[in-house]
Design a protein around this ligand. Structure first.
Ligand SMILES: [Cu+2]
Length: 486
């Protein structure tokens, strides 16, 4: 498999059985704190097998591309009701190690899918069982958490929709997965990462798609309300999502409901979405049957990816917005919250420390040879970098926190590039932005612009949770740390 030109073969890990065995022994005790007292009784079981398949990304009469997908479906989409107890078995059918991470889902730490920190790498032909209580409704997704630039870059991702029977009835609903691809004219992949990109804004694809096509045409009744679940599953690209021709409201961010915001009332009339971020929109179709278009307005050359065409007409038009039920998430206690601050940094030579865990920490021993690491360090958080290249020492946690306590965390971006910052295992409240551009909302990933400081707050859940940039090349070249919550 193409490992994206990162100059580092993940196959080297195949010989690391001893270290992985050691970690497997550690896992039950390390994760014990997160285990719920009640036995987990699955109400739904799925198997997700990662493998290769062909998809015509360049066009119907052009050569096909061998992409990666779960169960032979590009962006395999699962739907299940809120309250589901999901047993998801990940089967690794590709030829390098992988794991499965359910992005944005609050869960016991042991099922979080971060190799070395929460579980061993799943070797080719092996499997790992995730037991997930799906108590939060919303639009989530899942993807590997090792060699993400390579595996997710080649398409390995799926959608998890947790439905809520209390939601208002929409007249139509569509899911839109936005991702670009780095393809040569013969359909093969170009290198998925290059130093010029990894050290700056990222290595961009030139073939832009929505649900694997250049654009889609969707149906909705005139005067009806359409729910659009839009996912940015690109490795790199930040998108400015805008709507023309109909009224549009932002009704959820990263799956979590917020008080509806008219898109036109946001700065520039767009919602800026970094990799891994999702939004739900309520779009009211024009009564006269005219179409609505959706686009990414970030570049002068607008990418119009979807057209909503009227088909039929609703009997009783409803005004908007159709708000979702209020998100039921742990509410941080602002008065008692401890304050922390982390700075996103560009790593220049010695600027990033190489500090290891204490040698007697059992985790440190288990990490050797089993990390999914990039080739070079370009980035850091608070003067620490996730291991890259020959440095296999995981830094100490960025913070040690106490389960159930509230934390108010400032994220400052001192670099010249935007970073979508993701915290595993939590839904945090985005409180404020120094650029004053964000409404207050819950999220699992927040985009922090150059020079911006964003403040988030959350109630700490037990476990070792990574905190990282979701521009995959930034993550793999150092911009990842972790919180230890006990
Ligand atoms: Cu970044």
């Amino acid at each position: 498999m193409n490992n994206g030109g990162a100059g580092f073969s993940r196959r080297a890990f195949l010989g690391a059985g001893a270290a992985i065995g050691g970690l497997a022994l550690l896992a039950p005790t390390r994760a014990g704190v997160a285990r719920a007292a009640a036995p987990f009784e699955p109400t739904r079981e799925v198997t997700l097998t990662a493998g290769e398949m062909e998809l015509k990304l360049l066009g119907p009469d052009k050569p096909a591309t061998r992409i990666l997908a779960y169960d032979g479906n590009p962006f395999q989409t699962l739907r299940m009701p809120r309250g589901t107890r999901l047993k998801a078995t990940f089967v690794n059918g590709i030829d390098e190690g992988s794991t499965l991470h359910f992005h944005g889902v609050r869960m016991p730490n042991e099922y979080d899918g971060v190799p070395t920190l929460t579980q061993p790498l799943v070797q080719p032909g092996s499997r790992f069982v995730h037991l997930l209580p799906l108590d939060d409704p919303g639009t989530f997704f899942f993807h590997p958490h090792c060699d993400e630039t390579g595996q997710a870059g080649m398409g390995l991702a799926g959608v998890l929709i947790v439905e809520d029977t209390r939601d208002p009835a929409f007249d139509a609903e569509h899911v839109l997965c936005l991702k670009d691809w780095r393809l040569a004219p013969d359909g093969s992949f170009l290198p998925l990462t290059e130093p010029e990109g990894a050290s700056k804004a990222g290595t961009f694809g030139a073939t832009r798609t929505v649900n694997g096509a250049a654009a889609v045409e969707l149906k909705a009744p005139a005067a009806g309300h359409v729910r659009l679940r839009i996912l940015n599953i690109d490795s790199t690209r930040i998108m400015d999502i805008g709507v023309e021709g109909g009224e549009a409201w932002l009704i959820a961010v990263d799956g979590h409901a917020l008080a509806p915001v008219r898109l036109d009332d946001l700065p520039d009339g767009i919602w800026r979405m970094g990799p891994a971020q999702r939004i739900d929109l309520d779009i009211r179709m024009p009564a006269d049957g005219s179409p609505v278009t959706l686009g990414d307005y970030r570049a002068a050359d607008i990418y119009r990816f979807a057209t909503l065409t009227a088909e039929g007409r609703v009997g009783k038009p409803r005004k908007g917005p159709l708000a979702l039920p209020k998100a039921e998430l742990p509410k941080p206690e602002m008065k008692r919250a401890a304050r922390l601050s982390f700075t996103l940094q560009q790593a220049t030579g010695q600027a990033v420390k190489e500090i290891a865990l204490p040698a007697d920490d059992p985790l440190a021993k288990a990490l050797i040879d089993s990390l999914c690491v990039g080739a070079t360090t370009y980035w850091g958080i608070q003067s620490e970098s996730w291991p890259t290249g020959a440095n296999r020492n995981v830094p100490p946690p960025l913070a040690r926190m106490t389960t159930g306590n509230s934390y108010r965390v400032e994220i400052k971006n001192e670099t010249r590039f935007p970073h979508p910052v993701h915290l595993h295992g939590h839904a945090f409240e985005v409180l404020s932005s120094s650029l004053d551009r964000l409404p207050r909302h819950f999220a699992d990933t927040v985009l922090v612009q150059p020079g911006e400081a964003v403040e988030i707050a959350f109630v700490a859940a037990p476990g070792d949770w990574v905190f990282h940039c979701h521009i995959l090349e930034h993550m793999e070249t150092g911009m990842m740390g972790w919180f230890r919550i006990v």
